[in-house]
Design a protein around this ligand. Structure first.
Ligand code: HBI
Ligand code: FE
Length: 291
């Protein structure tokens, strides 16, 4: 991650001890506001019928389409009234323990910067569009709100037990890249998907990836990739069930995981509930780096 621009060893100049910085909303340029509007409008042509009911409802409740990058002083009171969550600004990726402490206190850390106009389609670092458009709508759902708080508390504990790698996989395959079975069919709710025009389509419609039923221990053993579309997506029956599955004591699970092997990214196991057995053609051809 050392090639990331927005990553620091300690709070940079101007940041508080908890790594937060002011949003400084009035300093965003016209081009930066236009970048938000472009990305927002593009997702709104793609997400209806693909994003989960919960995400679409949250997006509407937050009213993030008032023109340009949302002002947190306007957005936060709406979010706080719904679930007690607020969004704070950070300079970029923050250390794990700082990240978990914010989540455990129902504060979601968002990047302050927005991508450059030549990075509309892809960047690895979380910017304010990914963090706010992608993550914040689901935080208006009371079950998801409770899950994320518990994740922050669990992160602090997992770090102490040396199990962070396993817990990070849970975050990846739910919060970032999760699918849910809505009454209308399979839908996306993961922030990494809903904030990406191309992955919003790929995750649901491409024949390449596996789509498998969510199983907590299975997910915690599964490798993932950070540089391209996922090769497997996990489907939860509902966000309420995700919350129930994860509000248990992970102690016994961690004890079992210590002796368990990692599961390859493209594996389909006999015990998996298979929604789609993918062809893996996209990854086999070299993914985003294909000639
Ligand atoms: N910092 N700002 C920010 N956003 C993240 O998503 C984030 C982070 N620091 C650490 C982290 N995520 C992950 O390492 C944990 O989910 C394990
Ligand atoms: Fe994210």
């Amino acid at each position: 991650m050392s090639d990331f621009e927005h990553v620091f060893d300690r709070p940079p100049e101007g940041a508080a001890a908890d790594w937060t910085i002011p949003q400084n909303w009035s300093a965003y340029t016209e081009v930066e506001h236009q970048t938000w509007d472009t990305l927002y409008r593009r997702q709104m042509t793609i997400l209806p019928g693909r994003a989960s009911d919960g995400f679409m409802k949250g997006l509407e409740a937050l009213d993030l389409n008032t023109g340009g990058i949302p002002d947190f002083e306007v957005m936060n009171p709406k979010l706080q009234a719904l679930t007690g969550w607020t969004v704070v600004c950070v300079p970029g990726l923050v250390p794990d323990e700082v990240f978990f402490d914010h989540l455990a206190n129902r504060r979601f850390p968002s990047g302050q910067f927005i991508r450059k106009p030549d990075q509309l389609d892809y960047l690895q670092e979380p910017d304010i569009f990914h963090d706010v458009f992608g993550h914040v709508p689901m935080l208006t759902d009371p079950d998801f709100a409770a899950y994320m708080e518990a994740y922050g508390e669990g992160g602090q504990r997992a770090a102490g037990l040396g199990m962070l790698q396993n817990l990070a996989r849970l975050y990846w395959y739910t919060v970032e890249f999760g699918l849910v079975e809505d009454p209308g069919g399979l839908r996306i709710y993961g922030a990494g998907i809903v904030s990406s025009a191309t992955e919003s389509v790929f995750a649901l419609e491409d024949p390449s990836p596996n789509r498998l039923g969510f199983d907590l221990e299975r997910v915690m053993r599964t490798l993932y990739r950070i540089d391209d579309f996922q090769q497997v997506y996990f489907v939860v029956p509902s966000i309420e069930e995700l919350k129930r599955d994860t509000l248990q004591d992970f102690g016994p699970i961690y004890a079992r995981l210590k002796g368990a092997s990692d599961i390859p990214i493209d594996a389909v196991l006999p015990s998996d509930r298979v929604f789609t057995r993918g062809t893996q053609a996209y990854a086999a051809k070299g993914g985003r780096f294909a000639a």
